[in-house]
Design a protein around this ligand. Structure first.
Ligand SMILES: Nc1ncnc2c1ncn2[C@@H]1O[C@H](COP(=O)(O)OP(=O)(O)OP(=O)(O)O)[C@@H](O)[C@H]1O
Ligand SMILES: [Mg+2]
Length: 358
């Protein structure tokens, strides 16, 4: 079997008592991709990962790995090693023995164990540190030992549950880059769990956004950011401005929408079809709006600057419009210019994202 789909989840549900934690999850994951499960605390990320690894039995649905139904297989027969948040290295064992652990359990011949551990250590660039103990290594190195331990099993898929959460910010970024390059170099299939949106955007081929045990969106980081399918996704990833609108006209991939109490209209470029009279939500990112630089026919709002915040590369403005709705607008590279008092803010039609709500 070498279909490009490595992991196939159909209708997967998991219940703890009366808590429906996973709700009919359908998901197909391609070989060789870095996939991130993203969502707030308690949305079911770990539960799904543990269900894939075989630590939980699901209540409904199918889990297939490489075409094989694994619902009834124990964890060690699934080939899905999991690296936990706390790495779970054995403190009393050397790095070599930690990495060799899974092979020891399988009672592989000594020479094979030597070879495979050596090669796994080389892959994570830790050659020469085999005789150290975990406490003699940095957090990032320990993280790589945990990866080597998964790699040594030659598994088709590696599951990582918030593996960087106990590293400090700078090291976290370094290990993030390293992890991604190991994955790409070796063509590994990795599922990575995080609730950190920047981590998800920067590392992933695809992101799965979870909302209370269900998948709201599955897509590339760019799609998730620029084309969120639900208000929840738009709000969870990055910062955005929402505005209610009604469709007045739709033709050739452009909609005319009406918004605000003064019933202004603007043109919006969209992918999906909408119908006249349909209520929709517009999402406009702070960096997609301009201040005092409007073009005719554009989305325009007038208001006044309530406050602003200097963030180095940009100035973030909080602007109250005539309906007393607050807008967040980022202005980049403006030097010493500061906007004050009455302003107009605007966005080009391809910077406005329309979300269907019905
Ligand atoms: N073994 C368990 N028994 C009962 N309830 C559980 C169990 N494990 C998780 N839950 C519940 O299932 C829900 C999802 O938990 P899960 O650990 O999957 O969330 P998560 O998305 O990983 O959150 P976090 O980001 O905080 O790690 C929560 O409401 C949690 O309380
Ligand atoms: Mg978790």
């Amino acid at each position: 079997m070498s279909s490009h789909i490595l992991l196939d989840l159909k209708n997967v549900s998991k219940v703890f008592g009366s808590n429906h934690v996973l709700k009919q999850i359908d998901l197909q994951i391609e070989r060789g991709k870095f996939i991130t499960f993203l969502g707030p605390s308690g949305c079911g990320k770990t539960t799904l990962l543990r269900s894939i690894a075989g630590f939980y039995t699901i209540d409904e649905g199918e889990i297939k790995i490489d075409g094989q139904l694994v619902n009834d297989l124990p964890p060690y027969k699934r080939g899905t090693p999991m690296v936990f948040q706390e790495y779970a290295l054995f403190p009393h064992m050397t790095v070599f023995d930690n990495v060799a652990y899974g092979l020891d359990i399988q009672k592989r011949p000594e020479a094979e164990i030597q070879d495979r551990v050596k090669s796994a250590m080389a892959k994570v660039k830790l050659t020469g540190l085999e005789e150290r103990y975990p406490h003699e290594m940095s957090g990032g190195q320990q993280q790589r030992v945990a990866m080597a331990r998964a790699l040594v099993m030659n598994s088709p898929i590696i599951l990582l549950d918030e593996p960087l959460s106990n590293l400090d910010a700078k090291l976290r970024e370094e290990v993030r880059v390293e992890l991604r390059s190991i994955q790409q170099e070796l063509g590994l299939t990795v599922i990575y769990v995080t609730h950190d949106q920047l981590e998800a955007l920067s590392m992933s081929d695809h992101i799965v956004v979870f909302n209370k045990g269900a998948i709201d969106q599955y897509g590339t980081p760019h799609d998730i950011y620029y084309k969120p399918r639900t208000p929840y996704v738009a709000d969870f990833i990055g910062t955005t401005n929402f505005v209610d609108a009604v469709v007045r006209d739709f033709a050739n991939g452009k909609a005319t929408v009406e918004y605000g109490t003064s019933k202004r209209t603007a043109s919006v470029t969209i992918d999906e079809a909408v119908t006249s009279g349909e209520k929709v939500l517009l999402s406009i990112r702070p960096e997609s709006m301009r201040i005092n630089a409007t073009n005719a026919g554009e989305f325009i709002v007038s208001g006044f600057v309530k406050s602003s915040m200097f963030l180095g590369e940009k100035e973030r403005y909080f602007i109250l419009d005539d309906d007393m709705k607050e807008w967040i607008v980022d202005a980049y590279d403006i030097g010493l210019t500061r906007y004050q008092g009455n302003v107009t803010i605007s966005a080009a039609d391809d910077k406005i994202h329309l979300i269907k709500i019905s």
